[in-house]
Ligand binder design. Structure first.
Ligand code: ADP
Ligand code: MG
Length: 467
């Protein structure tokens, strides 16, 4: 057995001993660099993997290698060049593609293996300045929650206007939509510095449009947005209810699309879940490829933290990162925030980020999610506003379907978020029997298994509850 075969055999056994996530996170890209005087030198992709492997897995690795090759008596680790990827195997992102569009993603997505280079400065500064150079594919950590979105964005970046047009990325707050959208823009500019890439938040788009009407120069506005190679519009959910702006976007869209210019959009919901979006615009936005981003799992959170920690000067123990990843689950922005807080404290006090110190620094923050409860009244208020119903209707006796479903959602959320008892839920809805409340919760639970629109609705309501 040569070195490579030996390591392959060892990996096969290690895979059985550790969780899939851990295996992917820590053993991917490792290899035996050399075996000398009984010591196997294992090459790891990053300082972080190096430290983690030597702390946690030295013993099992040695046992397995020794079993396979009695000559191996010791194990040591070394670092290769830094790697910015965490690539999992699972696929659980949903992906929706229109029938007349290509339904598969490219087989191979180029894998960056080096430190991110800053995007080349571009002569087209009018466009370039709308992008933040820190958002690149190289700094984006891939996990099962975002790998399809990432792949689609990569494809759009490598063949703008050809692969997926429009590309629509949707998902909750702080999950990396803006990062990905901007990464597409930065990648296109890096490849083609002269490209006219325009990134705009939908709020800015709305404001500029309104202003152009006020100043009677809508023509200038039209030209500005139609004279681009790539148009990226972030957070289009804010267009809801803005009829005139929607109409303008519809025409901008048609103009760009007919010339095969790439259009990329993001939203916190799928196009069909954006209320008061004009039907013809909705069908345009939904007419290409739609991909969602979900909340990251534990391993991905850990990998994101590891990626961010590597660029910091502070020494952060792996246990500290694991602690943060365990405790902050829903939002990458909060995950980053917690890490930055720890780093700032360490820098200020010249400390090493041990588990104990991290726990202390984050004490105040982490307690909140555990004790987080919301007023039951607030749940009823938010649900009724969301579905455009009065509180009386929501809690009343009417059995029309358009009221029954929101009522069931409200019951479900009372139970899930506040753990309210079934009899008490029944009471809050005009003295209904506890079995009605029970049935409502089961019904919603069941629907959530496949009803994507409902899932988006509930996620959105939850965000409102805790905003
Ligand atoms: P959204 O637009 O979905 O609200 P952002 O793109 O603003 O979220 O992401 C919030 C923060 O989290 C950003 O600083 C972003 O760089 C970071 N982030 C999110 N997802 C990832 C990821 N997969 N890898 C690295 N950083 C991420
Ligand atoms: Mg955003």
């Amino acid at each position: 057995m040569n070195q490579d075969q030996l390591w392959k055999a060892a990996l096969g056994q290690l895979e059985l001993r550790v969780s899939q996530g851990n295996f992917l996170t820590w053993f991917r890209e490792t290899k035996i660099k050399e075996i000398k005087s009984g010591t196997a030198l294992i090459e790891t992709p990053s300082a972080f993997a190096h430290e983690w492997l030597s702390r946690k897995y030295q013993q099992p690795i040695l046992e397995i290698l020794h079993d396979l090759d009695g000559g191996v008596q010791h194990v040591q680790f070394c670092i290769q060049s830094p790697i910015k990827m965490h690539k999992p195997l699972k696929k659980n992102s949903r992906i929706l593609v229109q029938k007349n569009r290509p339904a598969t993603l490219p087989d191979r997505i180029p894998t960056p293996v080096s430190m991110p280079a800053p995007p080349t400065p571009t002569p087209n500064s009018k466009f370039a300045k709308t992008l933040n150079p820190k958002y690149t594919f190289e700094t984006f950590v891939i996990g099962p929650n975002n790998e399809v979105a990432h792949a689609a964005c990569r494809a759009a970046a490598s063949k703008p206007g050809e692969a997926y047009n429009p590309l629509f990325i949707y998902g909750g707050v702080g999950l990396g939509k803006t990062h990905l959208l901007q990464a597409v823009g930065n990648a296109i500019l890096k490849e083609k510095p002269g490209a006219r890439v325009l990134y705009v938040s939908s709020e800015k788009f709305i404001n500029e449009f309104v202003q152009s009407i006020r100043e009677r120069n809508t023509q200038k506005f039209k030209e500005y947005y139609r004279d681009v190679d790539v148009l990226i519009i972030d957070d289009v959910q804010f267009l809801a209810g803005k009829g005139k702006t929607q109409e303008e976007l519809f025409h901008t869209f048609n103009s760009l699309h007919s010339q095969n210019r790439q259009i990329i959009l993001s939203s916190d919901r799928s196009p069909k879940a954006i209320a008061t979006l004009e039907e013809r615009l909705r069908s345009r936005l939904a007419g290409g490829m739609q991909v969602d981003i979900q909340q990251p799992d534990y391993e991905t959170r850990l990998a994101i933290l590891a990626e961010k920690a590597e660029t910091s000067h502070v020494k952060i123990d792996p246990e500290s990162l694991a602690f943060i990843a365990k405790n902050i689950q829903k939002n990458v922005r909060e995950l980053e925030g917690a890490l930055n807080r720890v780093i700032a404290h360490c820098e200020l006090n010249n400390r090493r980020a041990t588990l104990e110190y991290t726990e202390k620094v984050l004490e105040g923050i982490l307690d909140q999610p555990q004790q987080r409860t919301v007023d039951s009244k607030k749940i009823l208020d938010v649900v009724s506003v969301y579905y455009n119903l009065s509180l009386d209707d929501l809690c009343g006796k009417c059995r029309k379907q358009e009221i029954v479903r929101p009522r069931q959602v409200a019951m479900y959320l009372l139970r899930k978020e506040n753990n309210v008892s079934f009899p008490s839920i029944g009471d809050q809805f005009g003295g209904r029997d506890h079995t009605t409340a029970m049935h409502a919760c089961e019904k919603i639970q069941k629907l959530l298994e496949h009803d994507e629109e409902l899932l988006q609705d509930i996620n959105f309501i939850r965000e409102r509850l805790y905003a």
